[in-house]
Design a protein around this ligand. Structure first.
Ligand SMILES: Nc1nc2c(c(=O)[nH]1)N[C@H]1C(S)=C(S)[C@@H](COP(=O)(O)OP(=O)(O)OC[C@H]3O[C@@H](n4cnc5c(=O)[nH]c(N)nc54)[C@H](O)[C@@H]3O)O[C@H]1N2
Ligand SMILES: Nc1nc2c(c(=O)[nH]1)N[C@H]1C(S)=C(S)[C@@H](COP(=O)(O)OP(=O)(O)OC[C@H]3O[C@@H](n4cnc5c(=O)[nH]c(N)nc54)[C@H](O)[C@@H]3O)O[C@H]1N2
Ligand code: SF4
Ligand SMILES: [Mo]
Length: 734
């Protein structure tokens, strides 16, 4: 029995919550979607359908900005930013956020449960009832548990829906230790490098910093709120932005200085900055003495990492490195070396992030205005359940693979290798929720090979992603604008609680994740079903039970935050979550594991003449590989191109706009060439989300090239994070 049920809330109270959230919508779904598709954009038509404004959260990317959905005549007519959410999103919605209506009213959206009838990937489906589809999923999960073990099913998911907790609850209650979250495709090495130093991964106080060095983070196109907006606020003022990127991005355009750094050499730049700040005694002596350990070991360690040495590695002049180091130290503590988010660049990324953390530490910018701020949270009651106990389950398939493996995230690339080897045990089933691993894990051919040896694959999505396309059963989730999602704390300098209320009733036969898990649980036995014996309204009440103001504010303002809490300095006077309780410049823990206790530089793989380093990165119009098919966003950018420097285009005799074949050790893709000075001559770049395999993505099927098909999988052996920028490609005329 769950603790939730023991609470026994009265039915009347649930209705109190739900009547506000689910205010009067009831028409047959077929009729409704036709009306919706027909009426979208029309204002003022007189019908009996509801007209209302609904507070909810954007679901188009990781930021979850506050939204007011304007529902007119039963149709989401427009999405506006929620001004009450200014503390996090600065009351903004980006292009993708605005395009959210097209997730609901997209002819390509998933409408019904589908069961594969042809070969995997052939695209032959038949519509099934929920009962039939769920019976099939249940039968397969039970069979795999019996034939192999419960660890024989991997549960792959990515956060963002607020309902992924229920999917992970299913993994735990089914009894599989094998969950694969997106972190090792994204930010694991970042978290590891900073946590090893500070005991946490802090947030740079962009709004108040006077001097920002940003490397490997493109905030004007890869949006993180509020940083993206705050970065622009300083533009033209006293604030300095120094930007290092092999590409001239929109952030470069807004920077005071842009350096087209040689990819994979950021650590050389950082170590040389440390060298200058230490040898010229520009560090914060008082802070270093009181708050850190291992500075004495850092001094000899950085002695040879001079700006002259670094200049040869990173191709940034020594005089500039020296000047930037001095200016950075002078601006302290209101100065940050901004660590960005995605760190799936190179296999030594964790140590590179360690170097960034140490540089920040020695200028004493810790937990002060304009510095590096440890994330704060908001207390909420935990969703709780008692998972059944099984005594015959082995440990994670990828256990003991890297120095610091997260039990809940795993390591995607290593896991995949072990599935293919069948060692130490077989994994034969995949449950996938809000993850498009075919397009997001490097080496697409290998992911498809792994999927080919599965007995059963079920994907829960809102659209026919490439991953859904290669599944056996596809289940349609209700989109973020059609769901009641539980509240979630978005941590940060000023944390907020966000949630989602449905703007319209779920169209067609789509259902929320909780409902799907509950129905599936019934097919997996009473012990599992028991843990799902609650309603969403009960779950929400329970989560907010420690502080009634949370739910009240969510309903009346669409957000909850604590304006009166101090922003800076709360970590002082308490031990940090490191071994020593202090900031660890030298890491004893790393030394004990045989890892470099201080970051040691090694040069990236060499790019020979005739080959190019493939870089990947965000585009402001798209979220990963998933929104390129959105009709509004597709209109702005219908295909991707391969960026190549004019000098190299001339050398290869290739003109702008012509089709080229791009070949790596693991794949080959064809797309249009874009000859541009916005990239270094030794590198090429293409946007993510094209070259799609699924014919269910009608705008982008077969259009442009897929980067995941080209990227080789290298892995950081400290964090298990993949390294995407070690891939070299050749270019041929198509
Ligand atoms: N619009 C939009 N915003 C997003 C997302 C999205 O999909 N779309 N996704 C969100 C997510 S999940 C994440 S993780 C973040 C990612 O946010 P970021 O990590 O900031 O973004 P990326 O574009 O992945 O990579 C940053 C930049 O690094 C550059 N780069 C490549 N190699 C090197 C190198 O060796 N050194 C240096 N200095 N630079 C290098 C690339 O050219 C790229 O411009 O964005 C988030 N925000
Ligand atoms: N080549 C290449 N690979 C990359 C990156 C890159 O830049 N280039 N970036 C990496 C990074 S930083 C990250 S974070 C990962 C992200 O990679 P993933 O974790 O795979 O996330 P997405 O690619 O955004 O895919 C999300 C899926 O969820 C679906 N979806 C959207 N909303 C909902 C919903 O409400 N419910 C359900 N059930 N499904 C929904 C989408 O249709 C899509 O199929 O990719 C990584 N991989
Ligand atoms: S940054 Fe854009 S896509 Fe992401 S949550 Fe905010 S509005 Fe939505
Ligand atoms: Mo990410």
């Amino acid at each position: 029995m769950t603790r939730l049920l023991e609470k026994k809330l009265s039915r009347r109270r649930f209705i109190g919550v739900s009547s506000c959230a689910l205010a009067g919508v009831a028409v047959g779904s077929q009729v409704k979607v036709l009306r919706a598709l027909a009426q979208e954009g029309k204002v003022g038509a007189v019908t009996t359908l509801p007209t209302k404004d609904v507070f909810t959260s954007c679901g188009m990317c990781v930021n979850k900005c506050g939204v007011i959905a304007r529902v007119r005549d039963g149709v989401i007519h427009k999405l506006d930013p929620n001004p009450n959410f200014a503390v996090k999103s600065r009351a903004m919605l980006c292009a993708r956020g605005n395009a959210g209506t097209k997730v609901v009213y997209d002819p390509d959206r998933l409408k019904y449960p589908l069961i594969r009838v042809g070969e995997r990937g052939e695209g032959k489906w038949r519509r099934a009832s929920w009962d039939e589809a769920l019976d099939l999923v249940g039968k397969n999960l039970n069979q795999i548990a019996e034939k192999y073990t419960r660890a024989g099913v991997v549960f792959a998911s990515t956060e963002g829906t607020f309902q992924d907790h229920f999917f992970n609850q299913m993994a735990e209650c089914y009894g599989s230790p094998n969950t694969l979250r997106h972190a090792t495709l994204c930010l694991s090495s970042n978290i590891q490098g900073f946590s090893a130093t500070f005991g946490t991964n802090p947030t740079p106080d962009v709004l108040n910093a006077d001097y920002i060095i940003m490397s490997g983070a493109n905030r004007s196109e890869a949006f993180i709120t509020p940083d993206t907006i705050d970065l622009l606020k300083g533009d033209g003022g006293m604030r300095k932005l120094i930007y290092l990127d092999p590409r001239f991005t929109k952030t470069a355009a807004k920077a005071d200085e842009w350096y087209p750094i040689k990819p994979g050499t950021d650590m050389a730049f950082i170590l040389a900055m440390i060298n200058v700040i230490v040898t010229e005694k520009r560090y914060n002596k008082d802070f270093v003495e009181k708050m850190t350990v291992g500075f004495d070991k850092l001094v000899p360690h950085i002695a040879t990492y001079t700006p002259e040495w670094a200049a040869k590695e990173c191709e940034i002049p020594a005089a500039d490195i020296r000047r930037i180091a001095r200016d950075f130290a002078d601006a302290a503590p209101h100065a940050v070396y901004y660590q960005g988010r995605r760190s799936s660049f190179f296999a030594n990324d964790t140590q590179m992030r360690r170097a960034m953390a140490i540089l920040n530490a020695i200028i004493g910018n810790w937990d002060v205005e304009g510095g590096m701020i440890p994330n704060r949270s908001i207390a909420m009651t935990k969703h709780d359940y008692l998972a059944p106990y099984y005594d015959d389950i082995p440990g994670r398939l990828d256990a003991d693979s890297v120095a610091y493996l997260s039990e809940s995230d795993g390591s995607w690339s290593i896991f995949r290798d072990r599935v293919l080897e069948g060692k130490p045990y077989p994994v034969k089933g995949m449950m996938i929720y809000k993850q498009n691993c075919v397009a997001s894990v490097p080496n697409r051919a290998k992911t498809l090979k792994m999927m080919a040896q599965m007995d059963f694959i079920c994907t829960i999505d809102v659209t026919m992603s490439d991953t859904a396309w290669y599944s056996d059963v596809v289940l349609p989730e209700a989109t973020y604008l059609e769901r009641l999602d539980p509240p979630e704390v978005l941590g940060g300098i000023v944390p907020v609680v966000a949630w989602r209320q449905p703007a319209v009733e779920a169209l067609f036969e789509s259902k929320p994740c909780l409902w799907i898990m509950q129905q599936l649980a019934k097919r997996l036995g009473p012990d599992i079903a028991d843990t799902f014996n609650f309603t969403m309204e009960e779950a929400i009440e329970h989560q907010c039970s420690n502080n009634p103001k949370i739910l009240a504010d969510l309903k009346s303002k669409g957000v909850y935050y604590e304006a009166d809490k101090p922003v800076y300095g709360s970590s002082y006077g308490k031990p940090l979550k490191t071994k020593s309780g202090k900031i660890e410049i030298y890491s004893e823990r790393y030394a004990e594991k045989g890892l470099d206790p201080l970051p040691v530089y090694s040069s990236p793989n060499v790019v020979p003449t005739g080959k190019y380093r493939l870089l990947v990165g965000r585009h402001a119009y798209f979220t990963h590989g998933t929104t390129t098919n959105n009709p509004y966003l597709h209109d702005i950018m219908p295909e991707n191109t391969l960026w190549l420097h004019p000098q190299e285009a001339a050398r290869l005799g290739l003109d702008d706009g012509r089709l080229v074949r791009v070949k790596s050790a693991v794949g080959e893709e064809t797309l249009k060439l874009e000859v541009t000075e916005k990239i270094r001559p030794d590198s090429v770049y293409m946007a993510h989300g094209f070259g799609v395999l699924s014919k269910g993505q009608s705008n982008v099927y077969g259009v442009g090239g897929c980067d995941a098909a080209l990227i080789e999988e290298k892995t950081c052996m400290i964090s298990g994070n993949v390294a995407m920028h070690e891939t070299l490609v050749e270019i041929f005329p198509a």
